[in-house]
Design a protein around this ligand. Structure first.
Ligand code: SF4
Length: 410
């Protein structure tokens, strides 16, 4: 896979050395067991796959290169570059301005933009309406476009099935930038509806089978369906695509559920299901899949707790937390700064959108075993920071450098 020129501050020599060693041992990435970092009184189980993905590295490289090559120019980002506060604040410090916040609220009015301004499209992509808005202002929406190719692949899939007259069901968070972009691209080809989760998929299923009156649809899916969507005729031939960072198992469950309804409704078999249910198996992103598989691999072993590092508004990170939470106490933190001491930690409760303050998060006995991973928009340097902070609580701070030296000299 292509390598990118990402600012050195985001890299970690220790994590890079660990990842490279695992890669040499398992080039085809078939082994999702964690890496054991055995420091004696502290054992860290580091996920096999975590951290910056292809799309994030690509976006960061383009953004920083654009800043470097355009001194004196006004540079805007449509919204957050990626869902990581550290990367976003570095960009803001370099003078970049965000036009919108993550929910789509305008921070800089369109009228304030001028034709010679630079506008960077983030990795999530954007809507066709915003592209048209930029074009009308004399600003190219394609020159500084960092839309991830894996997001574009979803758009292409939606377009392909739309052209074959399938309605597109998007499994995604309706307010998320990527889902808004996918929705916009898809609705220009075919009727499109967004479902947030399995509960909404079941409600949609009730419309498909006629268990719910069509008149309820507009209220229940407000803002989530394309103009003119006809619930009676537009749910007879469908395909499911997803926001690339959803929980893989949930997307699969939704697709299976919708397919089951279609097969039952129209008396189809596995062999004939394709007449009314489009095969979209391949719209999950590789990084989401690998990071979730690595967490599942990690959870097959035992530990006292799990720590997941990433931006609090990062969708892919929250799904890693969701998986860990099922098995053990899990702390979702944005950096080592949230670990206040060996007794206190601040961590994000993404279910209730609040930061919690917990005490005695580390086990009293040693050795302590901690699972550690991070989201696709989290710099490895932050994961190294967490390892170093944890080591200090056991008087083992020198061990991180020793391990890095050992790995690099082998
Ligand atoms: S998580 Fe996947 S789709 Fe999103 S930017 Fe990364 S590689 Fe692209």
């Amino acid at each position: 896979m292509k390598t990118f020129n990402v600012p050195i501050i985001y890299r970690s020599p220790l994590i890079t050395a660990i990842k490279q060693k695992r890669k040499q041992q398992d080039r085809m990435k078939k082994d999702f067991t964690p890496t054991l970092l055995d420091f004696g009184a502290l054992k860290i189980l580091l996920a096999r796959h975590f951290g910056f993905c292809y799309g994030v590295e690509n976006a960061i490289e383009i953004a920083f290169k654009t800043i470097e090559e355009n001194p004196g120019k006004r540079i805007f980002l449509l919204s957050e570059m990626i869902h990581n506060p550290h990367v976003n604040s570095d960009l803001l410090e370099k003078g970049v301005q965000f036009i919108m916040d993550t929910s789509g609220k305008q921070l800089v009015p369109w009228e304030a933009l001028q034709p010679d301004d630079i506008v960077i499209i983030p990795a999530f992509g954007t809507t066709l309406e915003i592209e048209a808005q930029l074009t009308s202002l004399g600003i190219s929406p394609v020159q500084y476009n960092t839309t991830c190719p894996f997001v574009e692949r979803v758009w292409n899939k939606a377009e392909q099935i739309g052209e074959k007259n399938y309605t597109v069901i998007v499994h995604g968070k309706p307010g998320h930038e990527e889902t808004r972009a996918t929705f916009s691209h898809s609705l220009h080809n075919t009727p499109t509806v967004v479902v947030n989760d399995m509960a909404e998929a079941r409600i949609l299923g009730e419309f498909m089978t006629g268990q719910r009156p069509a008149s309820d649809f507009a209220g229940l899916f407000k803002g989530q369906y394309s103009p003119g969507f006809n619930v009676e005729t537009d749910l007879q031939r469908v395909g499911v695509v997803n926001q690339t960072t959803m929980l893989a198992t949930e997307t699969q469950a939704i697709a299976d559920y919708i397919k089951g309804i279609i097969m039952q409704q129209y008396q189809l078999t596995e062999a004939t299901a394709g007449e009314r249910f489009a095969d979209t198996r391949d719209t999950l992103c590789y990084a989401t899949n690998d990071n979730q598989s690595a967490v599942n691999g990690m959870l097959a072993t035992n530990a006292d707790l799990a720590i997941v590092v990433g931006g609090y508004n990062s969708s892919n990170t929250s799904h890693l937390v969701e998986l860990c939470e099922e098995k053990m106490p899990t702390y979702f933190i944005s950096s080592e700064e949230k670990i206040l001491s060996e007794k206190e930690i601040l961590h994000w409760d993404f279910h209730h959108k609040q930061e919690l303050h917990s005490l005695h998060f580390l086990p009293e006995q040693t050795p302590a075993t901690i699972m550690l991973t991070s989201g696709a928009s989290c710099p490895d340097a932050l994961v190294e920071g967490v390892i170093r902070k944890l080591l200090t609580f056991y008087g083992l701070e020198h061990k991180a450098d020793e391990l890095a030296d050992q790995l690099m000299n082998n």
